[in-house]
Design a protein around this ligand. Structure first.
Ligand SMILES: *[C@@H]1O[C@H](CO)[C@@H](O)[C@H](O)[C@H]1NC(C)=O
Length: 398
């Protein structure tokens, strides 16, 4: 530990000597020294010696404006049901297999599970544990054979053959740099797998430090199962997260959580290889994105841009202080208003479902008239009847 080494060379600072001189009684001087001056001096020395150096976000990427969806339901929790409660711990991403009626998800205990979707709500009898990645499975996608491709934050991109319960590593590095936080994944019709490495520096357990450091360690990557080739598509991303191939197969949308935006990366046509904006200034920090087959993308929002997060993102010194709190005390509660937005094919916000009491909602998929949400820490899948609890015009409230 560099901190304990440096403590030996500690000498009282000028300010503490000056204060000591003006204090007359020896005992009160000692008291003042040990209760106030010493701790503050040590803390400020440790703070300055801390090698963790957050960066300023470039002004051109860090926007402060926030757009409002034309329709919203801000009391989403009220109508929601807990599905498979107690059987799925932190079901981060969800994918639905219409052929079998199962939702597949990856849990915090490393298990890939599936939950039978029934018309009546929260049955927990239909939960099956399939295979354990022994890592932390995040993004999930189904390939043409009905097998599951999993972005496992610890292991890399893995394939789960559902019928045999077999697990196989597809790739875990690109251009000589290992993935550290494999995160979102989707598969194009031609079989190419698109996925993100949210950070090549910080692992899933340390994801807060990536966000607090404020440097672009994220990457958008592709893997071609026909050739086993892994290709780096875009680098220098700020926490690259969810991925969705467009229904016309022309581009891939990828979300950058910290920047509250999702952009397009063209995979076909004259614009191939170029990046365009899709949706910016979102009313929250985007996680996974899924297309519903009916003209809308559903993007999970882990939190609204709360005052504390906006302040932290603006000032590196605040992020440094938060990083110390995370390291020595635990992650502070800085998230609220978790939920999801629906966005049309042109990137226009259509509806926003959220709740002040929800945080770290990480995925949203629409099946029939229901919205199903996964999260980083709830022990259930959230299920909302969109007919019973619709988003209503926001105009009056705005
Ligand atoms: C891809 O990798 C698999 C598993 O390692 C191997 O069986 C297969 O031959 C490889 N394909 C190509 C085209 O290299």
């Amino acid at each position: 530990m560099p901190e304990s080494t440096n403590l030996h060379s500690f000498s009282p600072s000028r300010s503490s000597q000056k204060t000591a001189k003006t204090t007359t009684s020896t005992s009160s001087r000692h008291l003042l020294f040990f209760t106030l001056i010493l701790p503050i001096t040590l803390a400020s020395i440790l703070f300055r010696l801390d090698p963790f150096q957050p960066a300023h976000f470039p002004a051109e990427v860090m926007s402060r404006s926030i757009i409002t969806a034309p329709a919203s339901n801000d009391k989403m929790r009220g109508g929601s049901k807990a599905m498979a409660e107690g059987h799925v711990e932190g079901p981060e991403d969800l994918v639905y297999d219409a052929a079998t009626g199962f939702i597949y998800t990856g849990c915090s205990d490393g298990w890939i599970k599936r939950v039978m979707v029934k018309e009546s709500a929260a049955g927990d009898s239909g939960v099956e544990s399939l295979v354990r990645t022994e890592g932390r499975p995040l993004g999930v996608a189904l390939d043409r054979n009905g097998d599951l491709v999993v972005a496992d934050s610890d292991k890399g991109l893995v394939k789960v053959t559902i019928r045999e319960g077999k697990i196989e590593l597809l790739t875990d590095e690109v251009e000589g740099l290992k993935f550290k936080l494999t995160d979102g994944v989707d598969i194009a019709e031609d079989g190419t797998i698109y996925f993100t490495d949210a950070s090549y520096k910080y692992s899933f357990n340390d994801f807060m430090f990536d966000i607090l450091e404020g440097k672009p360690y994220g990457r958008l990557i592709s893997y071609d199962p026909a050739t086993n080739l892994t290709s780096l598509l875009v680098s220098n991303l700020y926490f690259a997260n969810g991925v969705a191939v467009s229904p016309d197969q022309q581009f891939v949308i990828f979300c950058e959580t910290i920047l509250r935006r999702c952009r397009k990366y063209y995979i076909k046509g004259p614009k191939k290889g170029s990046i365009e904006k899709f949706v910016e200034n979102m009313p929250g920090y985007p996680d996974n994105i899924h297309y519903d087959g009916e003209g809308l993308y559903w993007i999970a929002l882990s939190s609204s841009p709360t005052y504390s997060w906006q302040l932290a993102l603006r000032y590196p010194i605040i992020r440094k202080a938060v990083a110390r709190i995370v390291k020595y005390v635990g992650k502070p509660d800085m998230e609220k208003n978790g939920g999801a937005v629906s966005v049309d094919l042109e990137g226009n916000l259509k509806a926003h479902y959220y709740d002040a009491h929800f945080s770290l909602i990480s995925s949203a998929i629409k099946i029939g008239n229901h919205l199903y949400c996964g999260s980083l820490h709830y022990p259930f899948i959230i299920r909302l009847d969109l007919n019973k609890y619709p988003a209503l015009p926001t105009a009056a409230a705005a």
